[in-house]
Design a protein around this ligand. Sequence first.
Ligand SMILES: NC(=O)c1ccc[n+]([C@@H]2O[C@H](COP(=O)([O-])OP(=O)(O)OC[C@H]3O[C@@H](n4cnc5c(N)ncnc54)[C@H](OP(=O)(O)O)[C@@H]3O)[C@@H](O)[C@H]2O)c1
Length: 183
Amino acid sequence: MTSVVYSTATTLTGQLADERHSLSWLFAVDSEGPDRAAFLSGIGVLVSGSSTYEWVLREEDLLAHPEKWPEYYGDRPMVVFTTRDLPVPEGADVRFVRGAVTDALPAIRAAAGGRDVWVIGGGDLAGQFDDVGELDRLELTYAPATLAGGMPLLPRQIGPDRLVLRDVRRYGQFAHLSYDLRR
Ligand SMILES: NC(=O)c1ccc[n+]([C@@H]2O[C@H](COP(=O)([O-])OP(=O)(O)OC[C@H]3O[C@@H](n4cnc5c(N)ncnc54)[C@H](OP(=O)(O)O)[C@@H]3O)[C@@H](O)[C@H]2O)c1
């Protein structure tokens, strides 16, 4: 059965990026995180907000080097929530949607082809999935870093009545926590 999984790296203080969308605090960690290829093998479709998508394009210069896209994502579709017209690397299967998660969800689930949906971020988009009871799991990789401000991990109030810790793992200096989210 398809699960919707929000998987991300985060600071100890719950940010995905600093105010300038920088992940320098993450790239400074001298450790490997969880096995990305193993995680991706269970994923049928990627879901992203527009800031995250633009960061990905910028960081790897993917518009100039579209051949790198499949190295990261294979042939999986990426669904990007945005109200704007954004560019697409040549050959990449990027699908733009806007508005309510519930409207986009049937097509997202169909695109998953029986595998899981990876919500890459940002935090509010993951929150929009939870708002409508469509977020099943959190996979959070904590880096040894704090920030005074930045882009929030999950700006919603969710308590222990809904969050069930299912696994804790150490990857060098990273601590990885997996939670099931009760609906
Ligand atoms: N640490 C990590 O591993 C990790 C993981 C993910 C992200 N990040 C970083 O975290 C930051 C997240 O940025 P962010 O908080 O701005 O979040 P984001 O979700 O990447 O982008 C937010 C934008 O997406 C669009 N959007 C969101 N929901 C929408 C909806 N329902 N309909 C239409 N458009 C919608 C809106 O922009 P428009 O309508 O103006 O396009 C909104 O301002 C980025 O810097 C990213 O690179 C880090």
